[in-house]
Write a protein of this length. Structure first.
Length: 480
């Protein structure tokens, strides 16, 4: 394992080149951080999850496979920015918001410049607002003004929309019912089953399986789908993926003659959805902060590593604006891949020998996924089951989003208002949901509509902390 040229002293920040803007510190692999091979290998395999957006790009935008995988590669390059600019998170999609975006885009004609205009306007506006809120330090203050009931409603609605995306008539479940039922059942068992949690800590093999996230379920899908006749066996191809950057920019961006730049009407139409998506995005920032704080405490301060929501917003904003102009993408550029952040932080807790720096673990994982996109054997292996990969992602995200949304509600009134907002969000879209939410909150809470309900963030009650919470509970039982 290669070590960095500039080693970190105990309790100090990981070395790097200080850029003095937005608290950004630039780092290079093997020089400013140790390359963590376990995380790199895991990323190499789990790139398959990132490829799951390809069938969505094909279905909703009419993109050929070659164009869609080029979009994934471009997004994958931007993932590397976070850790190399001092942000200790594994970035990913804004997964809970994908169904909301798809519902909105479905109101525009399929495979037309109108739908592309809507996507470009939405993604650029989201990026611009995120960047401004991060650069000015207003991000946290703005979201604090949103009542808990509305936050909960948006998350619950996003979760239900994700599940609906899979079970819609003619959707993925109708096409691949047996594969999805078996693969999703296996994934839920590994992720949420009390029985699996009770036996996991006593078996090293099961711990490794658990730490692989969705990968075991995807491997099972590769085998099950052909056996039940729902999808073909993969045809392994050798070589390197050939991206089509020129075609993406000249045919699928606002610089393309057939598309062009959207008018102001599209930006106005997208604004309510941008607000809803930003609330979802900020919820992920809160989870990231809690995860990193917990991991740092386990290391007793041997590394000065902190999560800065404003810095994260700046990077996320630039990523979204970049993609909107050069490769509009339905997955959007989000602040954190929550499931993998949990896995990375868990390994980080084992000490400096296991993972020297959190920055190194995050960066090595994302180098792994970026490498995987270019390897034809990996891409061709998972290509047939990409719709299954997306269904897995959507259903697990839906499960987590609903649970987190309910935990956001602090009172019975919050939960009731949230249910109405979530229902309107799924059935009529973000604009109606925000309007209904504002009116309901005004009627129910009166002058306290923007009063912040202070409550300590309880990591053990958050489903994203299942692994850490379980280990603590089991340790307490053994002690007694």
């Amino acid at each position: 394992m290669f070590g960095p040229v500039y080693k970190r002293k105990e309790g100090e920040m990981q070395p790097g080149i200080n850029l003095h803007i937005f608290k950004l510190v630039f780092r290079l692999p093997f020089i400013h951080y140790r390359f963590e091979w376990p995380d790199y290998v895991q990323g190499l395999l789990l790139c398959a999850v990132c490829l799951g957006i390809i069938p969505v790009l094909q279905e909703y935008l009419g993109m050929p496979f070659e164009i869609a995988i080029t979009i994934v590669i471009m997004n994958g390059f931007l993932y590397l920015w976070h850790s190399h600019l001092g942000d200790p998170v594994v970035p990913g999609w804004i997964t809970p918001a994908i169904p909301l975006l798809l519902l909105w885009l479905s109101t525009f004609p399929h495979d037309t410049a109108e739908r592309m205009h809507a996507l470009i306007a939405f993604e650029f506006e989201l990026g611009l607002i995120t960047f401004i809120l991060g650069a000015t330090g207003l991000a946290k203050k703005v979201v604090d003004l949103v009542p808990d009931a509305m936050k909960a409603g948006i998350l619950i609605g996003a979760g239900v929309a994700a599940i609906r995306l899979v079970f819609n008539e003619g959707g993925s479940f109708d096409k691949y019912p047996l594969t999805i039922a078996i693969a999703v059942g296996f994934a839920f068992y590994l992720s949420f089953s009390n029985h699996f949690k009770s036996i996991m800590n006593t078996n090293r093999v099961l711990q490794i399986v658990s730490n692989l996230g969705l990968l075991p379920a995807m491997i099972l899908a590769v085998i099950i789908a052909p056996l039940v006749g729902e999808l073909p066996w993969p045809t392994i191809e050798w070589g390197i993926t050939t991206p089509h950057f020129y075609d993406v920019i000249t045919q699928w961006s606002p610089f393309a003659d057939r598309i062009g730049f959207p008018s102001m009407d599209y930006y106005i139409s997208a604004f309510p959805l941008v607000v809803a998506v930003y609330v979802v995005l900020f919820g992920e920032l809160i989870q990231a902060d809690a995860l990193i704080d917990e991991a740092r405490e386990f290391r007793h301060g041997d590394e000065n590593v902190h999560f800065d929501a404003n810095r994260n917003n700046v990077i996320v904003g630039v990523r979204n604006m970049f993609m909107s102009m050069l490769g509009p993408d339905l997955s959007m550029c989000g602040p954190m891949w929550a499931a993998i952040q949990v896995v990375i932080c868990e390994r980080y807790k084992h000490g400096r020998e296991a993972m020297d720096s959190l920055i190194g673990g995050v960066a090595s994982f994302r180098w792994g996924t970026f490498t995987g996109y270019w390897l034809s054997p990996i891409v061709s292996l998972v290509k047939p089951i990409l719709p299954i990969a997306l269904a897995l992602t959507m259903l697990i995200q839906g499960y987590v989003a609903v649970r987190v949304g309910i935990l956001r509600a602090k009172t019975f009134n919050d939960l009731g208002v949230a249910g109405v907002i979530g229902g309107v969000l799924v059935s009529r879209g973000a604009a109606y949901a925000l309007a209904v939410g504002i009116v309901l909150c005004a009627l129910v809470y009166g002058k306290d509509i923007v009063k912040r309900q202070i409550a300590k963030y309880n990591t053990k009650s958050d489903p994203l902390f299942n692994i850490a919470a379980l280990k603590e509970i089991e340790a307490e039982k053994e002690t007694k």
